[in-house]
Design a protein around this ligand. Sequence first.
Ligand SMILES: [Zn+2]
Length: 257
Amino acid sequence: MNKPDYDELIERLRGVADDYGGQLTEQAEADGYPLYHLDLPGPEGAPHFLLSAGIHGEEPGSTTGFLHWCERDLAKWLHIFHIEAFPCLNPWGFERGNRYDASGRDLNRCFREETPPPAVRMVREVTAGRRYAMAVDMHEDCDYYGFYVYERLEHGPNVAPALLQRIALEGPLSYGEEGDDPPIEQGLVHMPLPPGKSLIALAAGRPQWPLAFYLYHVADHVITVETPGRQPLDVRVRMQRAAAETALHFTQRRLGL
Ligand SMILES: [Zn+2]
C-alpha cells in the first residue's frame, strides 16, 4: 500500500483468511467503517496469540507491518498457535493519518470506560473469557528515529533482550530523548513494576487504560512495540514483522512447543 487504503487492507486480509482457513469477521462499526477481527485457528487446543494494530491512525506502519507479516510470515505458525488479531482499530484515523477517532478521542485511553467507543467495546467483547499466551500491541512513535518496546512482567523471562537484538538488524534502537518519562534505555522503556505489585493492581490504580492495561487481564504476557516514524515505512514494516516473529518464537520456546 502506497497510501493507507482501508478497503485494500481488508481485501488483502480476506485473502489471508481464505488462504489459511481462517475468518475475517466484521464485529462493529465506527465512524462509518466496519471493524474486523481476524481468527486463524491452529490445531485443537493450541495456545492463543493476539496481535493488535492501528489504534492510533497516524501510525500506519503498525497496520501495514501486520498485513505484511500475515502475507509473508504467518503460515508457519498455524501448526503451533491459534492466531487472533485486530488489524486496524481506527480505520477513520488510518485513512486520514489522524491519531484520534472522528470524535477526537484517543482510543488507547478508553479501555476502562463504562460506555467505550465501538473499537474498544469490540476488543473487550471478543476477548472476554479467552486467555492469550501473549498479546502484542503494534504502535509507532512519530517523533522517534529509533525503535522501542514496553514490557512489564510480574515474573520473567522477558522477550525484550531477544526482540531488541533482532530489531537492531533492521534499523536503529532508541537510546532515549531528552525529557523521556519514563526513560528509554537501548530500546527498552524503563518501567519496573514496584516490588510485590501485580499488573492488575497497577492497572486498578489508573483512571484511564490503554489497550495494554486491559490486556493484562486476558494475556499472560503483553508487549507494546513502537517503530520509529522518522524512518522510512519499509524499515518500520520490517521492524513490525521482526517484532511479531520474535514474540512468537519466544512464546513457542517458553511453552515448550
Ligand atoms: Zn500509538
